[in-house]
Design a binder for this molecule. Structure first.
Ligand SMILES: Cc1cc2nc3c(=O)[nH]c(=O)nc-3n(C[C@H](O)[C@H](O)[C@H](O)COP(=O)(O)O)c2cc1C
Length: 195
């Protein structure tokens, strides 16, 4: 199955870079996973340079919305990883420190990186399912694909997230919605998007 979460890598200066990523994880196993970064992402470039990082299991839509809209993880919530040169976001539920063991055949667009977990930490309990968070996760994916998706599809995703955030969200979900909505509005108002 694919688990959506957050990958931190080190940029060439050693600073933390965070990206939302969904590796393929065998159910029940936290020993290994396959990360499939698009070849043009910074995550792919940073892992080619330093083949280690941290995959985080998260239950927070705001952190996903923050990184997909270009924000950074708060510096005071980052700690150096234990077993690799990398960064752990302290408000995740779990942090899996990994090394890239080998590159498997990917495709033209995506690499396929077999990752071995060398150290895992439970940081805090998972706080449960929530309809707003799931809808915001879908909207966050749409935001990373604004250049590919028809605008009606993005608008319908936004409408679902608005409805479910109003119904089931709290302050963090409302803030996540605002970040994603304003990125969509900025995209829609780019002069080259006008007919
Ligand atoms: C929930 C979620 C899962 C994602 N999974 C992946 C993935 O598996 N591989 C990928 O390349 N991009 C994925 N993306 C898109 C990246 O987060 C996005 O393209 C990002 O800009 C790439 O990161 P980087 O260039 O900052 O490294 C995902 C986005 C979201 C919101």
């Amino acid at each position: 199955m694919i688990i959506e979460g957050l990958v931190t890598t080190c940029d060439p200066t050693g600073r933390c870079h965070a990206a939302a990523m969904g590796p393929i994880v065998e159910e029940g196993s936290a020993d290994q996973f396959v990360l499939r970064p698009f070849r043009d992402t910074r995550t792919a470039a940073y892992l080619a340079n330093h083949p280690a990082g941290v995959f985080h299991i998260v239950d927070d839509a705001l952190v996903i919305a923050t990184v997909v809209t270009g924000g950074e993880l708060p510096a005071d919530e980052l700690a150096p990883a234990t077993a690799v040169r990398g960064w752990v976001w302290q408000d995740a539920c779990e942090a899996w420190e990994f090394v890239v063991e080998r590159e498997e055949p990917g495709d033209e667009l995506r690499a396929s990186l077999f990752c071995r977990v060398v150290h895992a930490q439970r940081l805090r309990p998972f706080r449960g399912f929530n309809r707003a968070r799931h809808a915001l996760l879908e909207l966050a994916i749409a935001v990373t694909r604004l250049h590919l998706l028809p605008s009606e599809e993005v608008q319908s995703c936004l409408a679902v997230a608005e409805r479910l955030t109003a119904k089931t969200g709290g302050p963090r979900e409302r803030e996540a919605l605002e970040l994603l909505r304003s990125t969509i509005h900025q995209w829609n108002s780019r002069p080259d998007n006008k007919p």
